[in-house]
Design a protein around this ligand. Structure first.
Ligand SMILES: NC(=O)c1ccc[n+]([C@@H]2O[C@H](COP(=O)([O-])OP(=O)(O)OC[C@H]3O[C@@H](n4cnc5c(N)ncnc54)[C@H](O)[C@@H]3O)[C@@H](O)[C@H]2O)c1
Length: 338
């Protein structure tokens, strides 16, 4: 492919996340958003209207098959609800498209395996939007760890707690059912699992507890605690909630030389070393950079074969950890991964 070629993409699902993709796609010179598709045409039209303000023409449709049958479309971005990912992705791969799929990759590890195998058989590219590790706060923590700032990391503790009553995306009715989302760990915490894996590597053991305390309209937990033992001996704790009254999106990564603290809500990263040194690390505001970066990486993977910043294996592993945690919740036992 020539260096100057632009990737022509279709966006399937134009809700909250699809809208974010559309906003960032129009800023990327290497990609052209050709068509927006949503079962609700008004959402596809909203994407096209916004693109028009940037001088770009985007077609609209409610029909996924029309997007997939279009030979001028190279790749698709799938930002539909979780339970649809597998079928939409398999249809797109079968139609010869490269695919960027939103997280969670699918509802089960077995489905992830089918999707990866199919992409491989068909020689198509499949990337999963595990964007959290790219968000500037998290990218800064990962950089500090990789530079050895706190020595060898051995523990991570993460709080991901949304305030009760602050609905935002939780207002979407599909999110109230486990059959649609997979549960809180699939819908939200594949992000934290991926972030932890990006620092500590693969997980050996998962133990979890969960309950629904405040959301009778949901058929799954609103509060969950997961503990992890990594293969390298490191330990992790995740507390995730949509039920707390004080929200929190913070974490602590500890190594033999010190601890790094982050607070995503305040765009804050700092560390303290055992010798008493305390440093506040400047962090750029993310402001869409992380989504730009994953989409740009998807385009450069297809156009120039540059390795993607997150992979389908990252998406698969995150789903595996969610699934293992639910198995632990159901059985009351620690789940060992191989
Ligand atoms: N990466 C992130 O940080 C992040 C953030 C939010 C959501 N997400 C993920 O993005 C996906 C969408 O979430 P959302 O918040 O945008 O949901 P949403 O409900 O706001 O939007 C989903 C859209 O998909 C459309 N849709 C449903 N089925 C469709 C189909 N078969 N074909 C075409 N359109 C269809 C709906 O009409 C709706 O407009 C979910 O998988 C979610 O987990 C990721």
């Amino acid at each position: 492919m020539s260096e100057t070629r632009t990737l022509s993409v279709g966006l399937i699902g134009c809700g909250t996340m699809g809208g974010s993709h559309a906003t960032q796609l129009v800023t990327l010179p290497e990609v052209r958003l050709a068509v927006a598709c949503d079962l609700d045409i008004s959402r596809a039209e909203a994407v096209a209207t916004q693109a028009a303000t940037k001088g770009q023409t985007v077609r609209v449709t409610t029909d996924v098959a029309t997007v997939l049958a279009d030979p001028t479309i190279d790749g698709v971005i799938v930002a539909t609800p979780n339970f649809t990912h597998k079928d939409v992705v398999l249809a797109a791969l079968a139609a010869g498209k490269d695919v960027f799929c939103e997280k969670p990759m699918a509802l089960t590890l077995a489905d992830c395996d089918v999707m990866i195998a199919r992409a491989h058989e068909l020689g198509r590219k499949l990337m999963v939007g595990q964007v959290l590790r790219l968000i500037t706060v998290f990218a800064t923590v990962r950089r500090l760890v990789s530079e050895g700032t706190v020595g060898k990391p051995f523990a991570v503790r993460i709080l991901r707690c949304a305030r009760r009553g602050v609905e935002g995306p939780w207002a979407a009715t599909w999110r109230s059912k486990r059959a649609n989302t997979g549960g809180l760990l699939h819908e939200v915490n594949v992000h934290e699992f991926d972030f932890m894996r990006s620092i500590f590597g693969e997980v050996a053991e998962v133990t979890a507890m969960a309950a629904n305390f405040t959301r009778p309209e949901y058929d799954y937990e609103d509060h969950v605690i997961v503990t992890l033992r990594f293969r390298n001996g490191g330990l992790g704790v995740l507390e995730s909630s949509v039920a707390t009254v004080i929200g929190a999106t913070e974490g602590l990564v500890t190594g033999d030389r010190g601890s790094i603290f982050y607070d995503w809500a305040r765009n804050h990263v700092s560390y303290r070393l055992v010798d008493g040194t305390e440093v506040e690390v400047p962090v750029e505001s993310d402001a869409g950079r992380s989504v730009q970066s994953e989409l740009s990486s998807f385009a450069k993977w297809i156009l120039h074969d540059e390795a993607p910043v997150v992979t389908s294996e990252d998406g698969r592993r995150a789903v595996q950890l969610a699934e293992a945690a639910y198995e632990s919740i159901a059985t009351g036992r620690t789940v060992h991964l191989h």
